[in-house]
Design a protein around this ligand. Structure first.
Ligand SMILES: [Zn+2]
Length: 455
């Protein structure tokens, strides 16, 4: 008798955020990810809503990586009755606990404004921590009913995983977010050869990025121009992976004298703490980075680098002579210390404002990127005289061509592909492309939809 397994797409279907999938194998209920819904009008309400299943009936949660749209609701899950085991790789757990703790004060502020209780508190995170077990890549976890599970490298952020479930001769894989390999720091995404059922992301399912060499050359040009102008290079950056990639690339460029040396300020307490965690997990880096470490180089620390932990230190950046580089959070300029620098530097024609990540509609970053010459920052009108540039190649997601190439590796065994974690436009484009180019059975499920597979 073939087995029957049901997958329900509770979040991250037809949209990028809210990743949350329930697998019912008949023997046990398993969740993959439990993230925030972000960047839409109904997102706050949906993040607060009760789960559509009873968290106390779930014995297992597998976590792909620490971005909040994949882990944000885990403390709420625990608050609402989950008492099972949470599994992830070691860096995912460390980074998730750090970002969840960091989100508590933002949630508290939001709650005050909306006159509602906060989604979760520090205590809920403390209750979550003892449930969380760590497992390195490729170590098998055996569950009841002959189901076994392992994590494979997704190459998206440090420790990020695909989750591979096996039963008999069948394999079911959840990709989580898929890295833009080859990446400066991480190993390439592993192959899905031998997979029968695939639940895959599609954030950039309808477009392509610049290549790694192109993006590095673009960054080099920008730094050279800032040096020539004696200006300021202002980069809003996400704390996990993007900041560390930039530091790595800039350090290499200065070390090899491809660009003139100048001070580099990291002005984000969260990004600094994330960088400390990165330093703990050298074995997760790619060969090139390991070689650099083994030749005696200290990763993410060089003469020109200044880590600004306190607000007092942060203020000193204004006094530092040009040219200089400032990397500050948040990545979409929605809060964080980047705001102060934008107020201070955007009006200066010698400033270069460099966008390297996805900017949600309505965010300050998006408004600047769209060419608005005047923006309001915390009630103050600021005219934008800075030169605004974008390098999309620093995205930490695979683009269209690479997503197709990734699926192609599993073509011999793939029975069904479920395309999720992308805006509807992007998910349907990729779905169609997979059908047309590879002749595979691909669909883009809707939120709340269930499917049966013979797993
Ligand atoms: Zn992610």
């Amino acid at each position: 008798m073939p087995h029957k397994t049901k997958i329900t797409f509770y979040g991250g279907a037809g949209e990028v955020t809210g990743s949350n999938f329930l697998i019912e194998t008949g023997e046990q209920n398993i969740l993959v990810d439990c993230g925030f819904f972000q960047g839409c009008d109904t997102c706050e309400v949906r993040t607060r809503d009760s789960f559509e299943y009873d968290p106390s009936t779930i014995p297992y949660l597998f976590v792909t990586h620490p971005h909040l749209d994949h882990v944000g609701r885990i403390p709420k899950l625990v608050k609402d009755g989950f008492r099972g085991v949470i599994y992830s790789t070691p860096p995912t757990r460390d980074l998730a606990i750090l970002t969840l703790k960091d989100s508590v004060h933002i949630l508290r502020e939001e709650a005050k404004q909306n006159k509602k209780p906060a989604l979760f508190s520090e205590e809920d995170i403390e209750k979550m921590i003892p449930l969380w077990k760590i497992v390195p890549y490729h170590e098998t976890i055996s569950l009841e009913g002959g189901v076994s599970v392992l994590f494979k490298d997704a190459g998206h952020v440090l420790g990020s995983s695909m989750v591979e479930f096996s039963r008999g001769d069948k394999k079911l894989v959840f990709t989580g977010d898929l890295g833009n390999s080859p990446a400066p720091l991480l190993k390439d995404t592993e192959s899905i050869e031998g997979t029968n059922f695939l639940v895959m992301e599609s954030v950039y399912g309808d477009r392509n990025h610049e290549s790694r060499n192109e993006r590095r050359e673009m960054l080099e040009d920008v730094i050279e121009e800032v040096a020539a102008k004696k200006g300021t290079l202002l980069i809003p950056a996400f704390s996990i992976e993007r900041t560390q990639e930039l530091l790595f690339e800039i350090e290499r460029m200065m070390e090899t004298r491809q660009v003139p040396p100048m001070p580099v300020f990291v002005d984000s307490p969260l990004a600094i703490q994330v960088t400390e965690i990165y330093k703990k997990y050298e074995e997760y880096f790619n060969k090139e980075v390991k070689y650099i470490i083994n030749s005696g180089n200290d990763l993410f620390s060089f003469k020109q680098l200044h880590l600004m932990r306190s607000t007092e230190e942060s203020k000193k950046i204004f006094e530092a002579q040009n040219p200089k580089i400032i990397i500050a959070g948040s990545g979409m300029s929605m809060g964080g210390r980047i705001i102060y620098h934008e107020k201070h530097y955007l009006g200066d024609p010698n400033t270069m404002f460099l966008i390297i990540g996805y900017q949600a509609p309505g965010s300050l970053g998006r408004r600047i990127l769209e060419g608005n010459r005047e923006v309001t920052i915390s009630g103050e009108k600021i005219s934008v005289r800075a030169r605004v540039l974008e390098i999309r190649g620093y995205s930490s997601h695979k683009d269209l061509d690479n997503l197709i190439h990734f699926v192609e590796k599993g073509i011999d065994t793939l029975q069904n592909i479920f395309v999720v974690m992308g805006e509807m436009k992007s998910a349907t484009f990729l779905t169609q492309r997979l059908r047309d180019y590879l002749g595979v059975n691909a669909v883009a499920p809707r939120a709340g939809e269930s499917v049966d597979i013979d797993f």
